[in-house]
Write a protein that binds this ligand. Sequence first.
Ligand code: PLP
Length: 412
Amino acid sequence: MSVATSQAFPPVMPTYARLDLAIERGDGVYLHGTDGRRYLDFMSGIAVTALGHSHPRLIAALVEQAQKVWHVSNIFRIPEGERLAKRLTENSFADTVFFTNSGAEAMEAGIKTVRKYHAHNGHPERYRLITFEGAFHGRTLATIAAGGQKKYIDGFGPKVEGFDQVPFGDHKALEAAIGPETAGILIEPLQGEGGIRPVPTQCLRGLRELCDRHGILLFFDEIQCGMGRTGRLFAHEWAGVTPDVMSLAKALGGGFPLGACLATAKAASGMVAGTHGSTYGGNPLAMACGNAVLDVMLEPGFLDHVQTVSSHLVQQLHGIVERHPEVFEEVRGQGLMLGLKCRLPQGDVAAALRARSLLTVNAGDNVVRLLPPLIAEASHVAEACAIIEAAAADLGAQAKAGVGKAGVGKAG
Ligand SMILES: *Cc1c(COP(=O)(O)O)cnc(C)c1O
């Protein structure tokens, strides 16, 4: 039995519904598949490769560090990490940074920081976090509980205690959820996986006031929307409010696994020696990549470029949506974190785009996400929009002619 099972079961645990496509190499905004085709990459490895592929600055930083030392552990001082932490704090609300290898670990560090703050201040009973429907915070046991999505929670034993979810945009429910055990409020300023759903500026300001009034902490998950994605270094800058704790990952390492939990000195007051740790977290290779990403993103004009390219893309997408109402419903998002809410099944739309060599990524709420590298130029936007227009025209015609889903799906 066990032999038969092991033969039938793939060596890579089949937890992903992968495309039958492998990538051989990347070059700027393009990916070259082992199928011999060149794809325009408007997914960036899910908002990770913000500087595109094979960026010379990132390659140089990684190679240089690889020739010195790869790993030393946090038993030693790591100067490149001290430098990256200093630069992140100088360019944000934060006073201090804990480095991790992934987004979910950055979330775990943030959740622990928020809980420890209250315990350290004599209120260990304050450990609960309020979260929002449609949120995504990662796939560890605590972060699936925080995200609250049944499909991620089911089958993995009792849900981790301490997360109270309220409907997105329901102020009454939010206020009612705050109790004597509440430690903080956790939110993505711009929901990614949930379907590119922005939180209105007044709401973010309202959350700040609510937290201040109740003596609880505000925790922003900027793992996807942070690091230049919206045209500011951090998405919350648009609202003019700052959190007490913030998680980063995805674009932070430009493709090298790297996450971070940023906090004010006050919020991190309980996080003293021995309270948290990671073997790999803040490893010299990751720190070299993080510093190289910041070198590029902090250059004058980088974020202006993101905003300029974004306005081209948004304007053209609005035109496409207007011309193809049978395919698309609306454009959502900010900067280069955009979504096309579809009327047709998102999978069919994505497959039609992929058949024309444009890569996108699906999100909840039947949204196709457009996450181009932040180095994309107006010419790439024009190329992408021509593909989206052509695909929409075909899909719209097929929908009118009553051609089924299967015919479209095969194209990809
Ligand atoms: C991707 C993501 C995470 C989880 O990051 P991992 O690196 O996959 O663990 C958490 N929160 C948000 C908003 C994300 O987009």
